[in-house]
Write a protein that binds this ligand. Structure first.
Ligand SMILES: Cc1cc2nc3c(=O)[nH]c(=O)nc-3n(C[C@H](O)[C@H](O)[C@H](O)COP(=O)(O)OP(=O)(O)OC[C@H]3O[C@@H](n4cnc5c(N)ncnc54)[C@H](O)[C@@H]3O)c2cc1C
Length: 566
């Protein structure tokens, strides 16, 4: 079933739900007028529908492979990548100073969703490069910026991020890769990194690896880590790829999904690297890339959800089984199939709205320098990542279910969405780690950013009571329950916060989802049935989640390994 880019849906969510008009009203993003937004979304949508979506299955069936140390990419991926770069889509949000378009993150995030729906394996490549560009813009020396950023923006070169090692996954501070000063301003990087997305390819002139490593005098843990740019080919004096650096791909992983995206074990043997940011402060620099990627990966979840929903709806309209209460025979008219499709659509809408609201907060933080907007972006990032990707998985799961037995058959295409979505809840910080970030670092303000957002939700619900009293009343009450839950949470010690982190994050997303659905229903009456579905059937889950959160850690640790094994 061909993918249809949801351009008008983006326009609606950006304009009516998440307040993109505020972004366009700033001096920094004055060019993001409704006409420009429409033109960009339509153009990107066309590329996704006609060029990229046809590559999705080819990537699944013919994975990237390693041949004599060289990664050979899936059929058509080189042409697809070229089409993405020629459209300027890699550098949409990058600064015009180095050749970027300087467009808001909110627009980039929408375009990234469409590229991800069309072909997630390929989309990962520019996503990594976008994050690297942002990290370099903020932390690299002028010389590195001038050399690398224009080539990354044009797509001539690609970027990767290298954190993970066999003994250092969620615990990045345990890494063992070493860096030594060469005495000429460069560094020698030695170690092995695993799971490196797009660690190599056969279509870019150079691969620029951002690698975390520890200098001999670096403290243990995350405080002593530094960040290095380690290119595959060392640029010569004119900035062209020169001598081969001493690094290589050891192997590619065989994965459950995302077969078109080569996931590499990378070996660095005294490879020449250049410091990014300050010595021992690499995590701060890498966090710029990670935050960019966290929102990006959250939107990957939405991308899969949208594609899986479109697929399932088309099938359900066509497939005939039994008599439905409406008298027709297509399965879309069975109550349970309606329930599944309603849930798929409602979750996709909510996850998209949360991710775009996060992107708007990033844009506003940048454009105005306001600490409140920056705190809003920081608060929403783990929610956008974890909820977006959980929904990618759940919606893809439902998509298979809607197809019945055909969902389990690869030719149908529904199964690929499920397989491709699975890793999005794991990489870029597992969703458990995202939840701990929400209840830990993002609550170091005592919950101030969360309370500000909840106040807005309650104020909006109060206004909405005049028009949609039933739905608005439910949203107001849910926000109030979440406020009380947050007050409880911030008063707990870390162990209990962490024990309740995942249910708290989901409860937060449930309330946000209700809020955005209410906004949509107010702006457009035709959206009321979907809003009612979300608010009456999905949002109530927040109470059970809050109850679970309040149980704290004791009950979890009472469940000893012996008890689990017995
Ligand atoms: C396809 C793919 C692509 C990837 N791409 C990249 C990439 O480009 N660059 C890169 O650097 N890495 C990449 N990764 C690595 C990815 O980010 C890690 O797999 C992920 O961070 C989890 O680390 P881990 O696999 O070591 O799991 P572990 O850290 O061993 O975690 C196992 C489980 O324990 C939980 N856990 C661990 N620590 C804690 C804690 N403190 N509190 C509570 N729970 C905890 C986790 O949530 C998880 O459920 C990729 C992975 C995959 C599979």
């Amino acid at each position: 079933m061909p993918y249809r880019a949801p351009v008008s849906e983006f326009r609606f969510v950006l304009d009516q739900v998440v307040g993109m008009d505020q972004v366009a009203a700033t001096e920094l993003f004055a060019e993001a007028t409704p006409e420009t937004v429409e033109a960009i979304l339509s153009e990107a949508g066309k590329l996704c529908e006609t060029v990229l979506a046809p590559l999705n299955r080819a990537g699944d069936l013919t994975p990237a492979k390693l041949e004599n140390g060289v990664v050979r990419t899936s059929p058509g991926f080189a042409e697809g990548y070229r089409a993405i770069t020629e459209g300027g889509w890699v550098g949409m949000a990058a600064s015009p100073e180095h050749g970027g378009m300087g467009l808001p993150m909110s627009l980039t995030t929408a375009v990234n969703e469409m590229i991800g729906s069309a072909c997630l394996s390929l989309q990962l490549n520019p996503l990594m490069t976008q994050g690297q560009i942002e990290a370099l813009e903020h932390h690299a020396s002028d010389a590195i910026k001038e050399l690398y950023i224009p080539k990354l923006i044009s797509g001539e070169w690609c970027g990767t991020m290298n954190l993970t090692e066999a003994g250092a996954g969620s615990d990045v501070g345990a890494l063992r890769t070493k860096a030594e000063r060469n005495g000429d301003g460069t560094y020698a990087v030695t170690g092995q990194k695993i799971f490196i997305t797009w660690g190599d390819n056969d279509f870019a002139g150079n691969i620029c690896h951002l690698v975390l490593a520890r200098l001999p005098d670096g403290a243990p843990g995350t405080r002593g880590i530094s960040l290095f740019m380690v290119p595959k080919f060392i640029p010569d004096e004119s900035g062209n790829p020169g001598k081969r650096n001493s690094l290589g791909v050891v192997s590619l992983e065989h994965k459950l999904g995302l077969h078109g995206s080569p996931t590499a074990v990378m070996q660095y043997d005294g490879a020449t690297g250049w410091l990014i940011g300050e010595e021992h402060k690499g995590m701060a620099a890498m966090f710029t890339m990670m935050n960019n990627a966290r929102l990006g990966v959250g939107m990957q979840g939405v991308a899969i959800a949208e594609a899986a929903f479109q697929h399932a709806l088309t099938y359900a309209m066509d497939r005939k089984q039994g008599k439905t209460p409406l008298g027709a025979t297509a399965i879309v008219d069975h109550a349970d199939v309606r329930r599944m499709l309603g849930q798929m659509k409602a979750e996709t809408f909510a996850a998209r709205a949360i991710a775009l609201a996060c992107a708007v907060a990033i844009d506003m933080g940048r454009a105005t320098g306001s600490a409140d907007w920056q705190a809003r972006a920081a608060l929403l990032t783990p929610i956008a990542k974890a909820y977006g990707t959980d929904m990618g998985n759940e919606v893809a799961y439902l998509g298979v279910q809607v197809h019945g037995g055909m969902g389990f058959i690869e030719e149908t295409g529904a199964a690929q969405f499920s397989r491709d979505a699975r890793v999005t809840s794991i990489y870029e910080g597992t969703n458990g780690i995202q939840a701990m970030d929400l209840v830990g670092r993002k609550m170091m303000d005592g919950g101030a950013a969360a309370y500000r957002l909840l106040q807005e939700i309650e104020d909006h619900a109060s206004e909405a009571r005049a028009t949609l009293p039933d739905l608005a009343g439910d949203v107001w009450a849910a926000a109030e329950a979440l406020r009380e839950a947050t007050e409880w949470l911030v008063a707990q010690e870390a162990k209990d916060r962490n024990a309740g982190a995942v249910p708290y994050l989901r409860a937060f997303a449930r309330v946000l989802g209700g809020h955005y659905h209410l906004k949509a229903a107010l702006a457009d009456a035709s959206r009321q049935p979907l809003a009612a579905f979300a608010i009456k059937r999905l949002m109530p889950e927040h109470s059970a989640l809050i109850a679970q959160m309040r149980e704290g850690a004791a009950g979890l640790y009472a469940l000893t390994p012996e008890a689990l094994a017995s």
